[in-house]
Design a binder for this molecule. Structure first.
Ligand code: NAP
Ligand code: MG
Length: 482
């Protein structure tokens, strides 16, 4: 049992005002593996006050970008030295297979921090220009102020890094609110923050439930909210922030399509990547390519091969290094996914493999990895984000129709094209209305390039130099004439 009784505020372990406790439950054993304080609004007020003080009077926003880059690097190093511990904690919290979590959950996060450390020193914070009216002008990228990061449970450290990297680079102190399913790894993050010797209040971490989360959004001392999670909650957060004219970035759900072109060579390795693009982290990633579009010509062949590949995946204890698919994060998530399995079957989709619960795993929130064939794009399973190990194979007549089907979605986050002609694949990708499209790869993002959604998949971008801008305000100084 990992029992924590303090919150990380202003660089210190602080006793909570709240008497509430969040229980963390293993999705594999269904047993409580740890508890943390469930912060109250009064605790949040303290965390925001610490961040505010760090912004108004602390050294961090006043340091040079190079000095802040050093701080980001120290944090990355402190996380790297705990990498295996953090990966194990996250696998125990959310069921992420340990074969994936060391890279997907931890090193992905430290690589993002390293990338922002590199960017911080080279970014154009100050741009001196010739003015149009006689005076020279200086355009500054000023820090936006105090930031709040609302974090989901699927890749908690990585998504925290997506907020921490640019906030730290820009000089914005931040309050992170981890999801109640995954607060324990955030305690290891706090330990890394202490080791990195950052000024007090630059990073504050308070786990809390929904009402307290809402309090963060409306707090007048929070200048910017960065949220990753469901579209339903994102829409609400956008409304609240809109009403307050608060800066907000929303990274939301997706229903991404993998377009398999007729010239795609699906050898074993490529098929493994295609399957991974839909099922990584047990299908619990926003960029999951959960729709696979295949021409009628190759439909039978590709569906059969997908069924074989998915049927061969090892399902079970996420701490078993051989396991590729672990349990879903929570009972409610397992039930939600089970509802989609039923919806698929009753709409006429055919389960090539899976479609139910694994019989040999009666304990734990497991769902069989599933491939549905004979799916049409109007079915619920093709329109809604399932967030579980379920792939839908949808037939198309020709390439133009494949692009139409890919775009026939309220979402617009990711996608992929599978082809033996890379340039042609890139031309097809450019017609897909989503934030990222990969050719012959299961990558849903690149740290050096913007990541984010078209349409209902969000507003704003993270990663790359573009990821810094949302943590800044543009300020123009009109210099003395002449
Ligand atoms: P969620 O409800 O969107 O929650 C994400 C984060 O937002 C959590 O920290 C959550 O804390 C917090 N939150 C929720 N309502 C809030 C509010 N009114 N004010 C402030 N914070 C609030 O996601 P979920 O319940 O964990 O998962 C539901 C579905 O979301 C999934 O099935 C999946 O489709 C989608 N999802 C998408 C992503 C993604 O990366 N795009 C990630 C995770 C989940 P509380 O839980 O305490 O409310
Ligand atoms: Mg939740």
């Amino acid at each position: 049992m990992d029992v924590r009784d303090k919150l990380f505020i202003g660089g210190e372990w602080v006793k909570p005002e709240s008497k509430g406790v969040i229980e963390v439950i293993s999705p594999h054993t269904e047993e409580v593996i740890g508890t943390v304080p469930d912060a109250s609004p009064a605790d949040i007020d303290k965390a925001i006050a610490a961040a505010r003080a760090a912004f108004d009077d602390g050294p961090w926003p006043r340091m040079s970008p190079e000095e802040r880059a050093e701080g980001i690097k120290r944090l990355s190093g402190a996380l790297q030295s705990r990498a295996q511990d953090i990966a194990d904690v996250i696998s125990n919290e959310n069921g992420s297979p340990s074969s994936w979590s060391i890279m997907g959950q931890v090193f992905s996060a430290t690589m993002v921090l390293d990338m922002y450390a590199g960017l911080a020193s080279g970014y154009t914070w100050v741009d001196d220009r010739t003015g149009a009216l006689g005076s020279p002008v200086r355009v500054l990228r000023a820090p936006v102020g105090v930031a709040a990061g609302i974090i989901p449970w699927n890749v908690p450290l990585f998504i925290s890094a997506l907020k921490l990297g640019p906030a730290m680079a820009a000089g914005c102190p931040i309050v992170l609110k981890p999801a109640p399913e995954t607060p324990l790894d955030a305690y290891l993050l706090a330990e890394a923050v202490i080791e990195a010797d950052l000024p007090p209040g630059v990073i504050n971490i308070v786990a809390a439930g929904r009402e307290t989360g809402e309090h963060i959004l409306t707090h007048p001392d929070v200048d910017k909210v960065s949220f990753t999670g469901s579209t339903a909650v994102g829409r609400h957060i956008g409304e609240v922030c809109g009403g307050l004219l608060k800066r907000v970035t929303l990274e939301l759900g997706g229903k991404s399509a993998a377009i398999v072109l007729d010239d795609a060579e699906l050898d074993e390795a490529t098929m493994g990547n295609l399957v991974m693009s839909g099922l990584m982290n047990n299908g619990q990633v926003c960029g999951a390519q959960s729709r696979i579009l295949v021409s009628k010509k190759r439909y039978a062949e590709v569906t059969e091969a997908l069924g074989a590949a998915v049927g061969a995946l090892k399902v079970g204890d996420p701490m078993d290094a051989e396991v590729q698919i672990g349990p879903l994060v929570a009972e409610r998530q397992r039930d939600r996914v089970a509802g989609y399995l039923e919806a698929g079957k009753s709409a006429g989709a055919r389960a090539v493999v899976g479609g139910g619960f694994p019989e040999d795993l009666p304990t734990g929130w497991y769902v069989e990895p599933t491939v549905f064939a004979d799916v049409t794009n109007d079915m619920k399973i093709a329109q809604e984000e399932i967030f579980g190990p379920v792939l839908s194979v949808i037939p198309y007549d020709d390439e133009a129709q494949a692009i139409k089907i890919a775009n026939d979605s309220e979402y617009g986050l990711c996608g992929s094209v599978w082809t033996s002609d890379g340039e042609h694949g890139a031309a097809v990708a450019a017609q897909v209305r989503t934030g990222v499209v990969a050719i012959n790869s299961s990558m849903i993002l690149d740290f050096n390039a913007p990541f984010g959604g078209f349409k209902q998949s969000g507003i704003g971008r993270e990663l790359g130099p573009e990821g810094i801008a949302p943590y800044t305000e543009l300020q123009t100084i009109i210099l003395p004439p002449g």
